[in-house]
Design a protein around this ligand. Structure first.
Ligand SMILES: C[S@@+](CC[C@H](N)C(=O)[O-])C[C@H]1O[C@@H](n2cnc3c(N)ncnc32)[C@H](O)[C@@H]1O
Length: 293
């Protein structure tokens, strides 16, 4: 690799890292007194897709550029996404003329994804499956998993099984782009995030916050709500995401333990192909570009 690597952005060092194994269950403020639905956000694909689907352009451009730069033994024809959710990314690739497929554990998300494929005249290319236990009939050139979905796998065994399944789903010389938020060991991790999305008369304000981190059991819990506003009603969907945590070292040792993959480059979520990063103890967001051996 003859490009200069930029170091991962380094937030100010803190003297004691917040590794809080006491979980804060305090419900978030609800000043508008919205009716609250205690449900999985993944069971609401229409709202999920609006909140997360607004801007796919940077991810699409990055995935294709990674293919150009790092794929061996042929060009990009077929792409696969484990944990594809509503299929916001595989839809965009289908529209660009690529063959695509995806899987997700959530049948509501898969139905939403396939309905949209159907509406646009594409084959229904998503199926319900566990990303740690699946087989595909046709191998892809590139697979990608961009926003932490991998961390839903709650054990080392499941994570390794996933990498092994992915090695069967991608051809030799093909790529798997795995985007994760690591737990930095030298600085305090970020704790909250808020954003909004609007389409027509539907608007959604989203907030995500850390409920607790237990580095020993490697469980991180995040609260998330969607405040949904439609002309006829407003309500809040509140959920908890339970994710397995990875320090940079833990991620390295997981990938090394799988026979099928070698890490050939690392980037951050700014998706700049010309600016690879070096993962260190302060790094949070990383896209591991792995090549199938
Ligand atoms: C944050 S969403 C990401 C969806 C999609 N990749 C995207 O970028 O919009 C995480 C997805 O992971 C799915 N998921 C969680 N555990 C899974 C598993 N074991 N196998 C397959 N999908 C899973 C959820 O149903 C959800 O759709």
């Amino acid at each position: 690799m003859n490009r200069t690597k930029k170091p991962a952005s380094k937030p100010a060092k803190v003297s004691a890292i917040k590794q809080n194994s006491v979980f804060d269950e305090t419900p978030p403020p609800n000043p508008q007194n919205l009716a609250v639905l205690d449900e999985s956000i993944y069971d609401h694909p229409k709202y999920y897709d609006l909140v997360f689907g607004a801007d796919c352009a940077a991810e699409i451009k990055f995935i294709l550029a990674c293919g150009e730069a790092h794929l061996r033994g042929g060009s990009i024809k077929r792409l696969f996404e484990p944990a594809c959710g509503t299929g916001r990314l595989i839809q965009a690739f289908a529209k660009k003329g690529f063959e695509v497929s995806g899987l997700d554990l959530n049948p509501h998300a898969v139905a939403f994804c396939n309905a949209r494929f159907r509406r646009h005249g594409f084959p229904e290319s998503a199926f319900v499956a566990d990303m740690a236990d699946f087989k595909v009939k046709r191998k892809s050139d590139i697979a990608f998993n961009t926003i932490n979905s991998f961390r839903h796998l709650n054990s080392e065994r499941a994570a390794r099984d996933h990498l092994n399944c992915m090695a069967q789903a991608v051809r030799k010389g093909g790529l798997y782009l795995l985007g994760v938020h690591l737990t930095p060991t030298d600085v305090a991790p970020s704790e909250t995030e808020s954003w909004s999305a609007r389409r027509g008369h539907l608007s959604i304000n989203t907030h995500m916050w850390t409920v607790g981190r237990d580095p020993k059991s490697r469980v991180e819990r995040f609260g998330i709500y969607f405040d949904v506003h439609r002309p006829s009603e407003s309500f809040r969907i509140i959920d908890e995401l339970v994710l397995r945590s990875y320090t940079p070292k833990q991620m390295d040792s997981l990938i090394e333990s799988s026979d099928g993959w070698e890490v050939i480059e690392t980037y951050d979520f700014s998706y700049e192909l010309d600016e690879p990063i070096e993962v260190d103890s302060t790094t949070e967001d990383v896209v591991y570009v792995m090549r199938r051996k």
